[in-house]
Design a binder for this molecule. Sequence first.
Ligand code: GLN
Length: 469
Amino acid sequence: MLTYKNHSEKISLIKEGKLSLSENITFFLSRIEENKHLNAFNFVFEECVENAKSIEEKIKAGTAGKLAGMVIAIKDVLALENKPLTCSSNILRDFKSVYTATAVQKLIDEDAIIIGKANCDEFAMGSSNENSAFGKVLNPIDNSRVPGGSSGGSAVAVAANLCDVALGTDTGGSIRQPASFCGIIGLKPTYGRVSRFGLTAFASSFDSIGPFANSVDDVALVLEVIAGEDKKDSTCEKVNVPEYSKSFNEEKKFRIGIPKEYFAEGLNSEVRKAIEEKIELLKQQGHTFTEISLPHTEYSIATYYILTTAEASSNLARYDGAHYGFRSTKPANLEELYSSSRTQGFGSEVKRRIMLGTYVLSAGYYDAYYRKAQKVRRLLKNDFDAAFKQVDLILTPTAPSVAFKIGEKTNDPLAMYLEDIYTTSANLVGVPGISLPVGFNSEGMPIGMQLMADQFQEEKLLQFSKQIS
Ligand code: GLN
């Protein structure tokens, strides 16, 4: 088993000769093999063990990068040159990437080791990882339950000890919700904090890349590496990236807002209880709590599903059977090439989103849906701006329930969409959010708590998370 609790301990063990990096990678590869039934990986790169020797030497010589020897899984929507990039879709099943995503390249430049591509919902659309052309992913704590989604494979890879850290993506909760369902930490950075270059677009004005880990230290370290401006993504901003661990020893008392709309009907009673107990504890530690209001919260799910489907319908137009990936055989003409390739290549949830998105953008409905949703997005942003004038952080549940059973919500898309009730707002307004484990329900399933901070204030999120975990 693993004998370290974060990356700096791992490095010390390697330096002292108590841990061999090759053995460590072989250990993870054997864990992946033993846990094949979880279906966390679409592809495993066994050849990564070959990197171990040179990185281990660099560590011992003191010339290694910040993430030397950290074994990382990446969600299969992130590009890595010459490796498959499937987005868990049949339409890209045989597609290989011709370049590497900036975030992934930054990991490699700091001597991290990429162990494989993690399973996910097709094109990151889903909350349960049941929408994958590579099959569903199982929750490692209870195999009859979902791991959450869409970055389910990444969350499971970390929770089941198949790697040190994983990268996921979050458009409406896809890092935070699976982190909560699997009992680990997951961070969605500010929109524009991490370059999206090489991330297959779902909803470009919402998508963000972030880490899953078992410790706040590792989340902070990975964010530090992947964050920062990138000429290849014009939405990625030039904002200073702090060395997060520097503030970890300061004892700071935080002002925390509890939005009353997030504790209304529909919240599972055991989840509510766990969060309320945590709040009590935090009060005793000297943090101050204020009830706040985010009055447009009730519109967030509708706004999210109008805007993200609109963006997705446009982004996914490029999969036409001609440019990328799957092409249906013997179409009678060009139009049939497009329609049959898309009909056969996309799964049903992706098709549902493309149809919804095309509808809300169509002439006659554009004003009623798309334009209106854009205006509501601004109102939501105003809510958050007002809240952050009063408080440092906003605390909420991550999801309304613990991990649900496989198949429980597959025939009810609306129930599935409601899973995202607490997480979509952060993406609508572009602020960072983290999910931290806060306990278990009576069935032993993990419960997650979400913290949000104002844009580019990840330092506050991480400092507070470090203090309380
Ligand atoms: N569950 C949400 C959706 O299906 C979020 C997905 C995501 O964050 N990628 O759209």
